[in-house]
Design a protein. Structure first.
Length: 267
């Protein structure tokens, strides 16, 4: 998980029970000083964390003990501050979360995992907030003159220029959402992938899931049905993650065998 975050430009570090004390101290010092934005910790390692001003806690898995859950989320919102916690749950874990809710005597609100489009729209909204603040607080005379000069010298309007600048600030060229032919997926919004690894390779569904999530960096909980056969496996994944999975998992290895992943044919 740490490698996936680092690969996407986040300052992340890991904390687990097998680390030596000196290693643990270095990681914690970096987190306290703000050199590390995201700290990924196992359940055991997280128990000794004592850091103020933690903005949010994310539970990738729910702890078996309700008290551990309270201990985890207690890392945020300390000393009268506001904090938030998020838990990724699916299937039977939903019932476990309801049990935790009763134990904590509080309301836990259900939300869908945001799609890539949701994330992009949120980035745009935050960017526009910064733009509005700059308009109100900064002297933009020089930039207004540059835009006016461009308008006078071209067929573009000031709206055209503003839209282009906004798109650049939001992340450059926007790639159209990829579509796939019918792959036989049972769930809407999912793509069925073929993987050349099966039971004969001594692989289990957990090995497939671990490879998909570990190599591509996607949340393991969004992966759908995994159907394993002797020589191959079919797995359903959300459409927006399909290409990332194909590109990142292809040519890796599962149980020592090179992996080939491609969209499945229609059933």
């Amino acid at each position: 998980m740490v490698n996936g975050l680092l690969g996407r430009g986040y300052f992340a570090a890991g904390l687990h029970g097998d680390m030596k004390q000196a290693q643990r101290d270095r990681v914690m010092e970096g987190f306290r000083k703000g050199k590390t934005d995201i700290l990924v910790a196992t359940d055991v390692a997280a128990r000794g964390i004592d850091v103020d001003e933690v903005e949010a806690v994310f539970n990738y898995d729910l702890p078996q003990d309700d008290e551990y859950y309270v201990h985890r989320i207690g890392r945020t919102g300390r000393a009268g501050r506001v904090g938030r916690s998020f838990s990724f749950v699916s299937g039977r874990e939903v019932y476990k979360l309801k049990e935790i809710q009763r134990y904590c005597k509080t309301k836990i609100y259900a939300q869908k995992v945001p799609s890539l489009n949701d994330v992009a729209n949120t980035k745009i909204e935050k960017l526009m907030d910064r733009v509005n603040q700059m308009i109100e607080e900064e002297d933009l005379t020089t930039y207004l003159q540059l835009i006016q000069s461009e308008v006078n010298a071209s067929d573009y309007t000031s709206m055209d220029i503003a839209a282009a600048l906004l798109k650049l600030c939001a992340g450059g060229k926007e790639e159209p959402a990829e579509t796939f032919a019918d792959t036989g997926a049972e769930e809407p919004g999912m793509v069925r992938l073929f993987i050349n690894i099966g039971k004969r390779d001594k692989a289990k569904p957990g090995d497939i899931l671990g490879a998909l999530a570990g190599e591509s960096g996607i949340p393991g909980k969004v992966v759908g049905t995994i159907d394993m056969y002797d020589k191959y496996t079919f797995v359903e994944v959300p459409t927006e993650y399909a290409r990332e999975i194909i590109n990142s998992v292809n040519h890796t290895k599962i149980k020592g065998k090179p992996v080939a992943v491609e969209p499945a044919n229609q059933k």
